[in-house]
Design a protein around this ligand. Structure first.
Ligand SMILES: Nc1ncnc2c1ncn2[C@@H]1O[C@H](COP(=O)(O)OP(=O)(O)OP(=O)(O)O)[C@@H](O)[C@H]1O
Ligand SMILES: [Mg+2]
Length: 467
């Protein structure tokens, strides 16, 4: 499947020439190879890309923000001037998409798209989630540096790669806006040589050459037509024209030589992540007992749909309790339904709220059982301790609970906790990654709140801290 080669232009310093480089690089690459698809997009809100390349007013509402939704991104691409394709910019990405994408999202979208050629991404001067996405997806990151502060800022970009455990080899620095009138005595004769020496000294790699500061180039963005003109068409007399040609040729040769390797890496990462998740889910399934923990009946798929999943704090026990058995155990064994005479409405209310709750059970001294109802965050909603001995802990009088206790807690084991949750997670499968992770989060919280520590348990054996 053809994959795109992604070039991200990034620097945390504003006004270093990112947009000028991104837009002109697109034009020069296209001029170098007419058949090469070149697509340009910007996560900045200056609309330079649109002003420079848009052929006609676009009636559709599509823009770069839609790259993060499930849409087929090929529908976002518009044909623009100079043969360059663009994806329209967005006025305010943060208000369009209040929930910031995670750093891998764009790479995952691009790795699945059937699109070849080069994609150039212009970014804004902050390491916001959109810049981070553009960095994560990049085969090549070009960082314009114009002075010592912009060079110092490169450290954050390098850290980004280290933090994500990926190689920082895509990074290349490029001295930009170099004023050739400035001369130094000594080994480094101008600011280009000085910046390059500083960069190499700090362990960065640079593209060959630099981009000079030119009044002509600066003027290309300001004219009565409100257009932004390219250096190739309107600044051929400048040295910047030669410099952009040189940079574009380097990039094109690299593209031919290495190809779009980042997207293949991302696909491979995704494949192994999916495999890891599947293995973890399989391990959870292997730990399961195959029968209902309360009545011993084999559980088929239809019963599992609404069964309650139960796990002890040490994972000695993992299994399901049939829905009816669970309610019988609560109403009859623990609440003593006959004695209390629970109304149908109370039971219905309980059933309804049980779908959104977790239940924690703990065996306490003198055959007391504590039942705590927790919300989705593990916050205690209600708590009740039942004295089973007073009802006689007999198979006959509390059969469901009796069976469960036999499975889960050793006699007098006050440390172990049992957490239960109805199997209504994503797709009704609590053992899949996200619902199971939530289950574990709630369990950790419950342990902090209810698991007695060694010292407390020993010293308060006859005086429970958690009545
Ligand atoms: N080679 C050049 N010679 C002279 N002026 C230039 C050159 N390159 C860019 N400029 C001018 O410098 C200013 C900043 O350039 P540009 O917008 O490309 O920087 P940027 O890094 O994208 O800025 P921002 O961080 O604000 O997005 C613009 O006015 C642009 O016209
Ligand atoms: Mg810019």
């Amino acid at each position: 499947m053809p994959r795109p080669y992604v070039i991200t232009i990034s620097s945390e310093k504003g006004g270093v020439g990112k947009t000028t480089l991104a837009t002109n690089l697109a034009v020069y690459l296209k001029a170098l190879c007419e058949d090469l698809p070149v697509t340009l997009l910007s996560f900045d809100n200056h609309f330079t890309v649109d002003r420079m390349f848009r052929l006609s007013a676009d009636q559709t509402e599509s823009h770069v923000g839609h790259l993060f939704s499930e849409e087929n991104i090929l529908t976002l691409i518009r044909q623009g001037e100079y043969g360059v394709q663009i994806i329209p910019s967005c006025h305010n990405l943060n208000s369009f998409k209040p929930q910031a994408p995670n750093d891998e999202q764009l790479a995952e979208v691009l790795s699945k798209v059937n699109h070849d050629g080069i994609i150039i991404i212009d970014t804004c001067p902050i390491l916001d989630p959109y810049t981070r996405n553009a960095l994560y997806a990049a085969d090549r990151v070009i960082v314009p540096i114009k002075d010592a502060p912009s060079l110092a800022n490169c450290q954050h970009l390098a850290d980004f790669f280290t933090d994500h455990g990926i190689s920082r080899s895509p990074l290349r620095l490029l001295p930009c806006l170099i004023d050739s009138r400035i001369r130094y005595s000594g080994p480094f004769r101008n600011s280009y040589q000085l910046l390059k020496a500083y960069a190499i000294n700090r362990g960065y790699r640079c593209l060959e050459g630099f981009i000079a500061k030119s009044p002509k180039v600066e003027s290309l963005a300001t004219n009565p037509e409100g257009k932004v003109y390219s250096v190739l068409t309107h600044g051929r007399s400048t040295e910047v024209h030669l410099q952009f040609s040189h940079i574009a040729r380097q990039i094109y040769l690299e593209y031919l030589e290495k190809g779009p390797h980042r997207m293949s890496e991302v696909s491979e990462e995704q494949r192994s992540r999916t495999q890891k998740l599947a293995n973890r889910e399989q391990e959870r399934h292997q730990r399961l007992l195959d029968h209902c923990l309360c009545c011993g009946q084999q559980l088929d798929q239809s019963l599992l749909q609404k069964a309650f999943y139960a796990e002890t704090s040490g994972r000695e026990l993992c299994g399901f309790i049939e829905e009816n058995c669970f309610y019988q155990m609560i109403f009859s064994d623990l609440y003593g339904e006959q004695k209390l005479g629970l109304s149908t409405a109370t039971r219905e209310l309980f059933r309804e709220s049980a779908q959104r709750s977790y239940f924690l059970m703990q065996r306490q001294e003198n055959s007391k059982i504590m039942l705590v109802r927790l919300d989705e965050n593990g916050e205690t909603l209600s708590q009740r301790t039942s004295d089973i001995k007073s009802r006689g802990l007999l198979r006959r009088s509390t059969p469901f609970l009796h069976n469960l206790l036999e499975h889960s807690f050793a006699e007098n084991d006050q440390k172990n906790l049992l957490l239960l949750r109805q199997n209504t997670g994503v797709n009704g499968r609590i053992l899949t990654e996200a619902p199971y992770a939530r289950f574990q989060t709630v369990f950790s919280r419950a342990r902090l709140d209810y698991e007695p520590s060694e010292d407390i348990a020993d010293s308060t054996l006859n005086n429970p801290v958690f009545p």
